[in-house]
Design a protein around this ligand. Structure first.
Ligand SMILES: O=C(O)CCC(=O)C(=O)O
Ligand SMILES: [Fe+2]
Length: 255
């Protein structure tokens, strides 16, 4: 189902829309069991830091049943509803927050950041940006202390101003100090929930203090022109979102 006018207006204001239960139980169960099997068999503490920077279970990144969570569900349609044209998505990032008590001190937290800019493990002049993050919840996330993603509603507008006025390519700061101090809103949810998040919304993750892994699949979706204008898209939050040009920003709260 397409986004409602209210959801589009909320996306303009918050940079985030969450569709509860957008993905049917069967594709979710297939993805969860594929991930779960390999996670349990192959995970060693030494691998966790690198997986945390990139992706867990890397050999599943282009598995058809994992990619299908995006391409063969409403998720792809919702992304097109925001971006108009989209480039094909060919890879999935699987992010697991491992239980701290099972792997004490092994998995680092991630401070507030936007993806693809000044990544701590990359050359700060390299931009790996995109237009829209689509996140699929693959485990029950009931407790904010369970490694929930924390996002900052409205932060896309602050970030665009910072990129336009204060930031320059090559800086290692990921966000301005006032955003670094924020804790954000935890993404709580259940398997099959879908997060649509603007690429400029700052977000962070902390340790998982619950006994069960927190599992998300992320799809990074780009407007086809994005790669030719990455710097402009950091400074103009609606450049990659032609369908939203004339949508007013919401003034009423959602969720
Ligand atoms: O673990 C998560 O949910 C998010 C991780 C993250 O922000 C990232 O990999 O860029
Ligand atoms: Fe991120």
């Amino acid at each position: 189902m397409l986004l409602t006018a209210d959801e589009k207006a909320a996306f303009k204001r918050d940079g985030v829309v969450i569709r509860r239960g957008a993905i049917a139980p069967n594709p979710v169960k297939r993805a969860v069991s594929l991930i779960d099997e390999q996670y349990r068999e192959e995970l060693t503490p030494d691998a966790i830091p690198a997986y945390t920077q990139r992706t867990f279970v890397p050999n599943l990144g282009n598995h058809p049943e994992i990619l299908a969570l995006y391409a063969e569900t409403d998720a792809a349609q919702l992304a097109s509803d925001l971006l108009g044209d989209t480039s094909p998505v060919t890879t999935t990032q699987i992010q697991i927050r491992v239980p701290e008590r099972e792997f004490p001190g092994v998995q680092q937290a991630k401070a507030m950041h936007v993806d693809g800019v000044s990544c701590p493990h990359l050359d700060p002049r390299e931009l790996r940006t995109f237009s829209l993050l689509v996140g699929v919840v693959l485990s029950d996330i009931k407790d904010p202390k369970g490694g929930a993603l924390h996002y900052l509603p409205g932060g896309h507008l602050t970030m665009a101003r910072w990129f336009a006025n204060e930031w320059s390519l090559g800086m290692t700061d990921q966000v301005p100090p006032e955003i670094d101090r924020e804790h954000g809103t935890p993404l709580l949810g259940a398997p099959g929930d879908v997060l649509l998040m603007h690429h400029l919304v700052p977000h962070s993750v902390a340790h998982n203090l619950t006994p069960l892994p927190r599992v998300m699949a992320y799809f990074r979706v780009s407007h086809p022109e994005h790669a030719t204008r990455r710097l402009e898209a950091l400074r103009d939050p609606w450049l990659d979102y032609p369908p939203l040009t004339d949508v007013p920003s919401s003034t009423t709260s959602q969720e």
